[in-house]
Design a protein around this ligand. Structure first.
Ligand code: AMP
Ligand code: GLY
Length: 427
């Protein structure tokens, strides 16, 4: 079959790598792709925000199945438009994708279905939001309702910070995304990412992962899209995963099906493991980036039939096999990220780095030019490694990082620290 993958990040490189390995695939395209994806797929320079152009490409190239990577096309209704044009796609419709694109939609769904999450209120008015914050006190969390590229959440340790966040959001600091806000209870615990494939009715849990959102070592510095990840996340025991399925994923699927918007695709639950058990931090309507990279490395089974089963409502009785090894990824980003950064810096040593045992390198913001690989974004490379333990995978990944010559790049040196401490104290 002919498959078109949409996106251009490290998540999409990992998906392309896994999809390209499937014997079911005749040809794989990726739009727009990047320099690493070009090894697995033919990259097509189409603007994926232009749905008519995507549909035209599918018609011209006899595409059988479209896999949507990022959140923006889902929120823009690409799956609805593809389906209406007769194309099968992996990913939720715009209505079901509100689980990610509208925090108030998800919070209301949780409240109506008793899904464990932080207590909250939803506001369209700054004064009411402030009065609520003053009544609740800090720490407290202020969230823009809409998609804000990871900048829409302020975890305020003081009341002043929370009030300032309300002013920033209602003042237009995040554009449309901040026109409505959710103010919620501050939860404490260890965070992890949980993924389940969904076909509208049934769900198949994938693996768990933990990512590192802060820019610098020791979980310091500004929030980013993610500076590294590893899988599995030991905090997500079998018992906790079973609770997540029963208390969150299935009630969510039933609620969406009852609304006439069955959820098909991958459902990503951000979990806080609190002393009272798992609570939902947020839903995303796509794979995590960089969590997807480590999940793909650990998946033994063919991914393609599983993605198709989601779209076809055929996940029941479906199973996937996984490698026992753990996987870890270190993100190399351009200095300045997540703030301003330059582009077009030459990156060398990638082949030497890929030669380290167990290492696989996925590209995010890269571009090929004149036989060289150039940086072309904030998050640029995903240096991934598998190993028997997180400690081993971490050593391999950093050995590969050290072979890369890219002075304008940086990475955290402590990815996986929580699991490494667990492993060290167990020995
Ligand atoms: P989100 O974009 O909703 O995932 O939020 C970004 C980060 O903010 C999360 O990964 C958490 O670390 C933190 N966060 C969000 N909501 C809460 C909460 N209610 N309590 C504590 N931390 C939170
Ligand atoms: N790694 C966090 C995310 O994909 O949202």
């Amino acid at each position: 079959m002919n498959i078109l993958l949409l996106g251009s990040g490290g998540r999409e490189h990992a998906l392309a790598w896994k999809i390209a390995a499937s014997p079911l695939v005749t040809k794989l395209w990726c739009a727009p792709g990047n320099a690493g994806i070009a090894r697995e797929a033919e990259c097509a320079a189409i603007d994926i925000a232009d749905h008519a152009a995507v549909i035209g490409f599918c018609q011209m190239n006899r595409i059988d199945f479209v896999v949507v990577g990022p959140d923006a096309p889902i929120a823009a209704g690409i799956v609805d438009d593809l389906n209406a044009a007769g194309f099968k796609a992996f990913g939720p419709t715009r209505a079901a994708g509100q689980l990610e694109s509208s925090k108030s939609f998800t919070k209301a769904l949780c409240r109506a279905n008793r899904i464990p999450t932080a207590a909250y209120e939803h506001f369209t008015d700054a004064d009411k939001a402030k009065a609520y914050i003053r009544a609740q006190g800090a720490p407290i969390v202020v969230k823009a309702d809409g998609l804000a590229a990871g900048k829409g959440v302020v975890v305020a340790m003081t009341e002043e910070e929370a009030l300032a966040a309300v002013d920033m959001m209602f003042g237009g600091g995040l554009g449309e995304a901040g026109a409505e806000v959710v103010v919620e209870e501050f939860m404490t615990g260890e965070e992890a990412s949980f993924f389940a494939l969904c076909d509208g009715e049934h769900a198949l849990p994938l693996a768990t992962a933990q990512d590192h959102k802060r820019a610098f070592d020791g979980d310091q510095g500004p929030n980013t899209g993610g500076m590294g990840a590893y899988s599995p996340a030991p905090v997500m025991t079998q018992a906790i995963c079973a609770r997540v399925m029963e208390e969150m994923i299935y009630p969510t699927l039933r609620a969406l099906a009852a609304m006439g918007s069955p959820y098909k695709g991958v459902l990503y639950a951000g979990i806080m493991v609190t002393k009272d058990g798992p609570k939902l931090v947020e839903y995303n309507a796509r794979f995590g980036d960089p969590e997807c990279q480590v999940l793909m490395l650990r998946m033994m089974s063919d991914l393609v039939p599983a993605l198709i089963a989601c779209a076809d409502g055929q996940l029941k009785n479906f199973s996937l096999r996984w490698f026992d090894d753990v996987a870890l990824t270190v993100i190399m980003a351009t200095r300045g990220y997540p703030g301003d950064y330059g582009k077009g810096f030459v990156i060398e040593g990638l082949e030497e780095a890929a030669g380290v045992e167990g290492v696989e390198i996925f590209h995010a913001g890269t571009k090929a030019s004149g036989g060289k690989i150039l940086s072309n974004g904030g998050r640029v490379l995903n240096i991934c490694a598998t190993g028997k333990t997180v400690t081993e995978a971490q050593q391999r990944a950093y050995e590969a990082v050290d072979r890369i010559k890219w002075p304008e790049g940086f990475c955290r040196r402590d990815i996986g620290w929580q699991a490494v401490i667990r492993e060290t104290s167990a020995n």
